[in-house]
Design a protein around this ligand. Structure first.
Ligand SMILES: CC(C)(COP(=O)(O)OP(=O)(O)OC[C@H]1O[C@@H](n2cnc3c(N)ncnc32)[C@H](O)[C@@H]1O)[C@@H](O)C(=O)NCCC(=O)NCCS
Ligand SMILES: Nc1ncnc2c1ncn2[C@@H]1O[C@H](COP(=O)(O)OP(=O)(O)OP(=O)(O)O)[C@@H](O)[C@H]1O
Length: 197
């Protein structure tokens, strides 16, 4: 059974995914696979250089900060990049998924809904946190400016739209503890995987 895990930038998906991993639930992380492809797929790199220019490659690797500075302010470019990378990530997921034997697995992606991937998921978990807190977390983690982080946020669905389609919502706002929320969802998912309801 495929369970989608999503939430806007800085909501805490990765933190939640790590708790599921500790419960021995296999987790596929779309951001990580996307990074691996950027570093290793020569055809993908060549196409990106064509669109973004030779400045994209620094010391043999994709300059991620440069790529972010270009794609999140250019709607057409972002669409093209998404259309190039997302199918490749989807293929990697299928290869990975074939090998899994756990009752359920987690597919983590920031843009699960935006990319249409939610359609492959039996259940969906959305991690939510107030926008200001998400903004501060990401600025602290990445050193990007508020404007840069807001540009990425603007390319993602609003949190309320995601919450409306969620089977489970995890609140990561310092009001509720994360681990008990994850444990309860895990128990429920194991039950569904074993009984079909
Ligand atoms: C532009 C890149 C190189 C910037 O790398 P960086 O290390 O700064 O960010 P990272 O990949 O860790 O992503 C951090 C967060 O940015 C947001 N984000 C990334 N890509 C996108 C996108 N295409 N649309 C909206 N938000 C995005 C997500 O919230 C994500 O969790 C990278 O994000 C990228 O290659 N994006 C395009 C491919 C993509 O969609 N990847 C994400 C899922 S497959
Ligand atoms: N409950 C929390 N308490 C304190 N810090 C937190 C909490 N949740 C997340 N953070 C921190 O906020 C930052 C963003 O969290 P995380 O990386 O899990 O978010 P994400 O949703 O995966 O973001 P992205 O979409 O950018 O990948 C991280 O630096 C993380 O350590």
């Amino acid at each position: 059974m495929i369970v989608g895990l999503t939430g806007g930038i800085g909501s805490g998906k990765t933190t939640v995914a790590q708790i599921f991993q500790q419960l021995k639930v296999p987790v596929f992380v779309a951001d990580e696979e996307s990074k691996r492809l950027l570093d290793t797929d020569a055809d993908l790199q060549a196409q990106l250089v064509e669109w973004l220019g030779p400045e994209l490659i620094k010391e043999g690797r994709v300059d991620r900060a440069y790529m972010a500075s270009r794609i999140f302010k250019d709607e057409d470019l972002l669409k093209k990049v998404n259309a190039l990378i997302h199918p490749a990530v989807g293929r990697a997921f299928q290869t990975w998924y074939q090998k899994q034997e756990a009752p359920y697995i987690i597919r983590e992606a920031a843009i699960l809904f935006e990319s249409g991937t939610h359609k492959d998921c039996a259940k969906i978990i959305v991690v939510s946190a107030p926008e200001e807190l998400r903004l501060q977390r990401v600025i602290k983690r990445s050193g990007e400016s508020p404007e840069q982080v807001k540009a990425r946020m603007a390319k993602q669905w609003p949190q309320e739209k995601k919450e409306a389609l969620a089977d489970y919502i995890i609140h990561n706002d310092h009001q509720e503890m994360l681990i008990p929320q994850v444990l309860q969802i895990h128990e429920d998912l194991i039950h569904i995987a074993n009984t079909g309801r």
